[in-house]
Design a protein around this ligand. Structure first.
Ligand SMILES: NC(=O)c1ccc[n+]([C@@H]2O[C@H](COP(=O)([O-])OP(=O)(O)OC[C@H]3O[C@@H](n4cnc5c(N)ncnc54)[C@H](OP(=O)(O)O)[C@@H]3O)[C@@H](O)[C@H]2O)c1
Length: 297
């Protein structure tokens, strides 16, 4: 059974391609967290790089006494400075901001920090043996990163967070996710809505890539034929993936969260013909579209 994780970059930064209002006020951020908690979401994803997101979550936990398990991330390390000192300070800051004593998932935000600075993973293993973090994870963007994790780090890494959506099917070519599961690694999927790109206007889509609108139109046609909303199609596609344990959802207000929870709980299944159509239309989409780090808008 897949679980939802509340993504909270939206609580600490102006985030998302269609974002007009900026980050929500503390009151509205509390509404989002309350809605998540009241609907049984017990894990939130944050990072020290997400503005004051960690502090907002910590204040919420302190004020309401409503608890969440936490997934947070080490910021990109500065290789010119003392590496272990940075990891140590970052961990202490996160614990203080979040007002928790244990971090459920502690992630490398930057894959290269895991690979190029091996002392960091040793330090995280020490934190794990002390019981102050429960799982070590990595946030990744590309397939070769997962291949390397499976080759070199599968005994040390417990969790990976990958971008995954109907336009980003790179991960299901071959047995990568299956192999990760066999190695005991849990998998969280983010970017189900591609930061909102699926709902952007044509002008914005064209700025990202000349073919974005074409692909989104194909998706719209599929939704019309199946008589489902685009949100339902996007969620159902990720929900159908056998090896994904968690789906992250990022929201700017509690209404979006309520809508997403409703969609998540709805049973929508694709037929084999629809799956074939999804594969034919969307399995090789340009990297400039599926990787938000390349966007200019
Ligand atoms: N490297 C990393 O580790 C990394 C990177 C990115 C994100 N994350 C994590 O993943 C979480 C999710 O971020 P994401 O990039 O994956 O975003 P996403 O979930 O693909 O998209 C979220 C955006 O979609 C829009 N949206 C949400 N619900 C909607 C609805 N029902 N109808 C229409 N639009 C809706 C909102 O933007 P608008 O209202 O502006 O359209 C929202 O900001 C973040 O909060 C963060 O915790 C991690």
């Amino acid at each position: 059974m897949k679980q939802l994780i509340l993504g909270t970059v939206q609580l600490g930064l102006d985030y998302g391609i269609n974002n007009k209002k900026g980050k929500p006020s503390s009151e509205k951020a509390f509404d989002i967290l309350n809605t998540a908690h009241d609907n049984g979401i017990n894990l939130v994803d944050t990072a020290s790089a997400y503005g004051d997101s960690e502090k907002i979550i910590g204040n919420f936990i302190k004020d309401t006494k409503k608890n969440f398990k936490i997934s947070t991330k080490i910021p990109k390390l500065n290789f010119d400075k003392d590496i272990l000192e940075q990891v140590k300070i970052s961990f202490e800051n996160s614990i203080n901001n979040l007002k928790v004593s244990v971090i459920e998932y502690y992630l490398f935000h930057n894959f290269n920090d895991l690979v190029l600075k091996p002392e960091t993973i040793d330090y995280l293993c020490k934190l794990k043996s002390e019981g102050v973090i429960n799982n070590i994870g990595v946030s990744i963007y590309d397939v070769p990163e997962l291949e390397l994790i499976l080759k070199e780090y599968k005994d040390l890494i417990n969790f990976i967070q990958i971008p995954f959506n109907i336009f980003d099917q790179r991960w299901i070519k071959g047995n990568l996710l299956e192999n990760a599961k066999e190695a005991g690694i849990e998998i969280g999927a983010r970017s189900v809505y591609l930061q909102g790109l699926f709902f952007a206007d044509k002008r914005k889509m064209d700025k990202i890539h000349s073919k974005t609108f074409y692909y989104v139109s194909k998706l719209n046609e599929l939704c019309k034929l199946k008589n489902i909303s685009k949100e339902e199609a996007l969620f159902s596609y990720v929900k159908e993936q056998l090896f994904i344990d968690y789906i992250l959802i990022g929201c700017e207000n509690k209404e979006q969260l309520e809508q997403n929870i409703k969609i998540f709980n709805k049973e929508v299944k694709f037929t084999n013909i629809e799956r074939e159509c999804i594969c034919n239309n969307f399995s090789d989409i340009e990297k400039d579209i599926i990787d938000p780090r390349r966007w200019k808008y």
